[in-house]
Design a protein around this ligand. Structure first.
Ligand SMILES: *Cc1c(COP(=O)(O)O)cnc(C)c1O
Length: 344
């Protein structure tokens, strides 16, 4: 894959903003270069535009090179930057699966890029040949999500690999829920495939949705493009500090994942028994999709009891389906108590 051919011309030619911190990156000295206020330490200082300290720790954690990591204000920033970098508005298109995460469509709409959707099969699996036949010479990206939201299942890894090998635009694999899955991450393929982008996030297993920290992993060449297009100081100091702190307590995160996986299994068994649940789909994520006899009714009655789940009725292939995030053992019990009341 030739990256210059992939990029929009204006992006290939873009001269990025040069910040004061680009010119001098040391941490010792008298800093009179960025028009900062000398008072109110430490928030008076601009954050590191390339987040090197945090990336060094993430590189160790994920077994990748620092220059293969992009960090953004949520994965949503990476998704938007990919559109702005490679997809020419009104000309290029992207392919996504359906049903899937809504942000690919929204980012495409904002950037005036056509989206072609290819339905998953009845087992919510990927049909690579259908995806390939939806592409043409203006297709710049294919978005996959595994484990997929809202269906909860892993996409077949061999099929994803077949797509990466046969499509010469970018294949984005969104792994927001990978920490809850037994399937191996696609991260270790980033070295071998220049057209692969893997997205992960601190919003789910890491419990940091409010701090906004998303990751994109790809070739150093593509990461350099995203760095060039992003806002210079896209990650604030607090987010970087809190993420470093949580990485130093990774055992805590593993414990949360353990609890959530046990709860997922227990909740799936209990949901199965409800007389208005017709199917509990297997989950490789921290939520469960269930098919019911009356999704709107159940949703509304739960809201009345101040229990909020996601109604996915009206999403393609998800008729009468509800999506339930796994909570604490106590929250899951409250949910089940409320659902059992509805059986009567
Ligand atoms: C929750 C979620 C994300 C996370 O997005 P952030 O912007 O990092 O919070 C990304 N992709 C999918 C599929 C999700 O469900």
């Amino acid at each position: 894959m030739n990256i210059d051919q992939l990029l929009r011309k204006n992006i290939a030619n873009l001269k990025p903003y040069s910040s004061a911190r680009d010119e001098f990156a040391g941490s010792e000295g008298v800093f009179l270069d960025a028009n900062e206020n000398p008072f109110n330490e430490p928030f008076n200082r601009y954050p590191d535009p390339y987040q090197l300290k945090l990336k060094t720790e993430i590189a160790k954690l994920k077994q990748v090179e620092v220059n293969q990591i992009f960090l953004g204000n949520g994965s949503d920033e990476a998704i938007d930057l990919l559109f702005r970098s490679v997809a020419e508005p009104g000309v290029d298109n992207v392919v996504t699966i359906a049903p899937t995460y809504g942000m690919y469509q929204v980012a495409a709409d904002i950037n005036n890029v056509e989206v072609r959707t290819v339905n998953l099969d009845n087992n919510f699996q990927l049909d690579v040949d259908k995806v390939l036949s939806a592409t043409d010479e203006n297709t710049k990206m294919v978005f996959l999500c595994s484990p997929n939201n809202p269906t909860g299942n892993d996409l077949d890894r061999k099929e994803m690999m077949r797509l990466i090998e046969s499509f010469d635009g970018l294949v984005i694999v969104d792994e927001a829920y990978i920490d809850f899955s037994e399937q191996a991450s696609m991260l270790n393929e980033v070295d071998s495939y220049a057209n692969l982008v893997v997205l992960q996030t601190f919003s789910k297993a890491w419990g940091m949705a409010g701090l906004r920290l998303g990751m994109a992993f790809a070739s150093a060449e593509l990461i350099a493009v995203l760095n060039k297009v992003k806002y210079p100081y896209n990650l604030n100091i607090l987010t970087q500090e809190k993420a470093l702190e949580l990485i130093s307590r990774k055992a805590q995160v593993d414990e949360w994942i353990d609890i959530l996986l046990k709860e997922r299994e227990a909740l799936a068994k209990q949901l199965q028994k409800l007389n208005f649940v017709t199917k509990v789909f297997d989950s490789d994520a921290n939520f469960i999709l269930v098919k019911t006899t009356d999704a709107d009714g159940i949703y509304n009655q739960l809201v009345e009891q101040q229990i909020i789940i996601r109604n996915r009725n009206r999403v393609i292939l998800c008729d009468e389906c509800l999506r339930i995030s796994i909570g604490t053992p106590e929250e899951n019990k409250q949910l089940m108590d409320a659902l059992l009341k509805l059986e009567k």
